[in-house]
Design a protein around this ligand. Structure first.
Ligand code: URA
Length: 265
């Protein structure tokens, strides 16, 4: 999957040295903590409604020390790191992009329509990407470290896809998929591949390059007709299409191998 692009202002701030890779900053802390979503947090800061340790903060990327006292409109707010993870069953037709270039609807619009009131204050990030016509498991989270954990090939978190293909899934093709196939820009690392039926194949990858499954299948002569992501880590999607549910802390840790940040504070 392609990494979510960082906004220009954040890259610039990092270059200026204001924000370290691991350090926290004001607008991110507010949206991660569920106080205000990203854009509203930025607006509130620019409007002078946020103070840090008693002083009005007007810089969106102002570095934030652990234990700083943050107030919004005069009320103290808790900005200590939390991790929330939502499992969404993506239907076909929605793009995993903040911008909707073709006016066909984004997963974020759908997310906001489905979110219960108590989760609306968070800034939600999509964890990886699925193509517009792919269905299945897509996580959203408020925690950028969880995004890194789940999408970094180094973590080796398995993602299982099931594809319906035009040709027959032969043993020879399965073997090639297992060994890794040569694509234009890279060679895929060995993957698990199993036949589910004559025209259905399950592929489990620990990396996620752009259109990787379709490209791997294409490289062995199989055109993808349908693609569905059914599992990530040890979690197999269990919510009906076009619905979501919040994962428990225990599930995030046991099934996805990530320790929610609020458990250690
Ligand atoms: N690989 C693809 O080709 N498409 C997806 O949506 C996900 C993985």
């Amino acid at each position: 999957m392609r990494r979510r692009k960082e906004p220009k202002w954040l890259l610039a701030a990092k270059e200026r040295g204001g924000v370290t890779e691991d350090g926290d900053f004001l607008s991110r802390a507010l949206s991660r903590a569920g106080v205000l979503p990203h854009l509203e947090a930025e607006r509130a800061i620019r409007e002078g409604r946020v103070s840090v340790n008693g002083r009005v903060a007007t810089v969106v990327v102002a570095p934030l020390d652990e234990g700083a006292k943050v107030e919004l409109d005069g009320d103290v707010v808790d900005v200590r790191p939390t991790t929330r993870v939502l499992a969404f069953h993506k239907p076909k037709g929605l793009v995993v992009d903040g911008r909707d270039r073709e006016g066909i609807g984004t997963v974020f619009e759908r997310l906001h329509a489905l979110l219960p009131k108590e989760l609306r204050g968070y800034g939600w990030l999509a964890v990886g990407r699925l193509d517009r016509d792919t269905t299945g498991l897509l996580f959203f989270t408020n925690d950028e470290r969880f995004v890194a954990h789940a999408t970094d090939p180094e973590t080796k978190l398995p993602k299982r896809y099931v594809a319906t293909v035009s040709g027959k899934v032969s043993d020879a093709k399965l073997e090639r998929l297992r060994n890794g196939v040569e694509l234009e820009d890279f060679r895929s690392v060995p993957a698990k591949a199993e036949r589910r039926s004559e025209h259905d194949v399950a592929l489990t990858l620990t990396e996620g390059k752009f259109h990787q499954v379709k490209r791997m299948l294409g490289a062995v002569g199989l055109a993808t007709l349908e693609l569905h992501r059914e599992a990530v880590g040890e979690y197999v999607i269990d919510v009906p299409i076009d619905t979501l549910r919040e994962m428990t802390d225990e599930e995030v840790e046991r099934l996805l191998g990530y320790r929610p940040r609020h458990l250690d504070r």
